[in-house]
Design a protein around this ligand. Sequence first.
Ligand SMILES: [Zn+2]
Length: 192
Amino acid sequence: MEIYIWQLDNHSEFWYENQLHMPAHYQISKPGVTVGYPPEWTVRKRMIQITKIIEWDMGHRVPQHRHKCRNPHGHRYKLELTLSGPVSCVKGSSQEGMICDFGDIKTLMLESIHQKLDHCFMASEDDPIFSDLAQGKGQDLNILLVPFVPTAENIVLWCYERLHPILPTNLSIVRLRLFETPSSYAEYVVTQ
Ligand SMILES: [Zn+2]
């Protein structure tokens, strides 16, 4: 099967099963045409990326840090999830023209990440202060012990591990970007 690519702009591409499905007046040699297509066109796959953002408040500390990050402190974390998938062409479907409803992605992010992390304190299992606290007088506190040092780099990987298994199979994670401050973020770019 031959695949023809019609590039509409620098970000969007249409794949056609064969050139017969491509409108005669839209040729590969004429890029830059505005998006829009009559229903008889057979657009097999239109890959688009979307991004959903959630935020939460959380405390942490980096026990071995040589500067102030060894002290317990908190951040307003911001997570940007970028997904890639084909735009639905199913007529009459609630998701026609979408790769996924933003509201559905938000629900998955809230249930798998926000509910777990908002107003908690993330600490390493090897952190003697907080591991003792979590198992002693702090049992009623929302202390989440994790098997890693809770840096932005490790937390963004933790988020990936929670999101990856629960996403619809037609979507793939392109990147996760976790802001620890407005000017600092860690990013996990997924390579297929
Ligand atoms: Zn910090």
